[in-house]
Design a protein around this ligand. Structure first.
Ligand code: UT7
Length: 329
């Protein structure tokens, strides 16, 4: 590629994968009742907006879902796997400790030789991965990237903990990001504050051939909520300022899909009408690093987000991490 003329990156295709098995809140209530855990559709809907989530079947892996999402994105972009020279997978639920899920995706797609690695920034993972891919494209180190968020949180949920197990789902979303003469990604901001590692974590690890520590997700929901509301507003404003834009320039807000109250609060603070907010949390639950690309793909495919629109993507989650990307589609 000619690094002097192709100095931007643009999204040229989106894709996603949702496991076929859909669990409504009623299904969750019934399943949890069998374990002696009490919850209700009313509580889940009122506190989160979630009405259903999808769980991957036994034997399906994070890379399987990532590959399906990637194939849809490639098709939308009119590209083949051999056109891709960079694969980044954002995930906290990889198939293996190593190699990376990105290498497994590369193997399954048959797109060999380019760079492939994972990004681990929990629910901010896709925004982090997109920013890394944009940087590699703009320096000329890569030309066409697959950037994927894929998560299988059903495998790390504690189904005896009603404060977390009703919130999450499985899925994957992907984009093809290509070198371009026209700006696509306009600006991005990434942040982390390691003082808050404990409010959302899976503290277990593999050591000496055994899992040591708790290998299941635990979260202080209220602490995450409080931080999320503040950082999502400030990071959106910082990205707008960096790009020389204002709130009025945003056609669509695609935030991390964890809680409709946080998402609507963010939109209100940005003075965006709620019909500019892309929300899939009611059907997907919180799919961590997959939530933003999944929501993006849904809105591109149903015709709301169109070429030329300006879109704000926002991630927030464990670490504590957060970030935003402003882009023209
Ligand atoms: O993906 C990374 C980003 N994550 C997030 O953004 C999540 C942020 N946090 C949240 O979305 C919310 O804090 C939650 C949805 C997790 C919780 O909502 P909340 O309004 O903060 O509820 P709470 O934790 O204050 O709990 C209120 C009550 C408690 O009962 P008491 O102590 O008031 O009697 C909980 O025990 O709700 C109870 N509760 C439940 N009741 C029925 C907690 N979970 C459930 C449940 N069903 N599943």
């Amino acid at each position: 590629m000619n690094g002097n003329t192709l100095k931007y990156s643009r999204i040229t295709g989106t894709g996603s994968h949702l496991p076929p098995r859909r669990l409504s809140n009623a299904d969750m209530v019934a399943d949890l009742a069998q374990r002696g855990i009490e919850t209700s559709d009313d509580w889940i809907v009122e506190r989160t907006g979630i009405r259903a989530r999808h769980f991957a079947a036994h034997g399906v892996t994070c890379s399987d879902m990532a590959v399906d999402a990637a194939r849809h994105a490639l098709e939308a972009a009119g590209r083949r796997p051999s056109d891709i020279d960079l694969i980044i997978v954002a995930t906290s639920t990889p198939d293996m400790v190593f190699p990376s899920t990105a290498c497994l995706v590369q193997q399954k797609l048959g797109a060999f030789g380019g760079a492939a690695f994972d990004v681990q920034a929990v629910c901010s993972g896709f925004v982090y991965a997109l920013t890394v891919a944009d940087s590699l494209i703009r320096t000329g180190a890569a030309t066409r990237a697959l950037v994927i968020g894929s998560e299988i949180f059903s495998r790390i949920l504690d189904f005896d903990d009603r404060t977390t197990c009703v919130l999450f789902g499985d899925g994957a979303g992907a984009v093809v990001l290509e070198a371009s003469e026209r700006p696509g990604l306009l600006a991005s901001e990434l942040h982390a504050d390691g003082r808050h590692v404990e409010i959302l974590c899976v503290p277990g690890t593999v050591a000496g051939g055994k899992v040591t520590g708790n290998p299941l997700l635990r979260m202080d929901g209220q602490a995450v909520f409080r931080l999320a509301v503040n950082v999502l507003d400030s990071v959106a404003r910082a990205v707008l300022a960096k790009a020389g834009k204002t709130e009025a320039d945003i056609d669509w807000l695609v935030p991390h899909q964890a809680n409709i109250r946080i998402m609507q609060g963010t939109a209100r603070k940005l003075k965006l009408p709620l019909d500019k907010l892309i929300a899939t949390v009611h059907e997907h639950g919180n799919t961590s690093a997959a939530s933003v690309p999944l929501a993006l793909d849904v809105a591109v495919r149903d015709g709301r987000i169109k070429p030329g629109h300006t879109v704000m993507l926002e991630g927030v989650g464990g670490g504590f991490t957060w970030g935003a990307v402003l882009l023209d589609l």
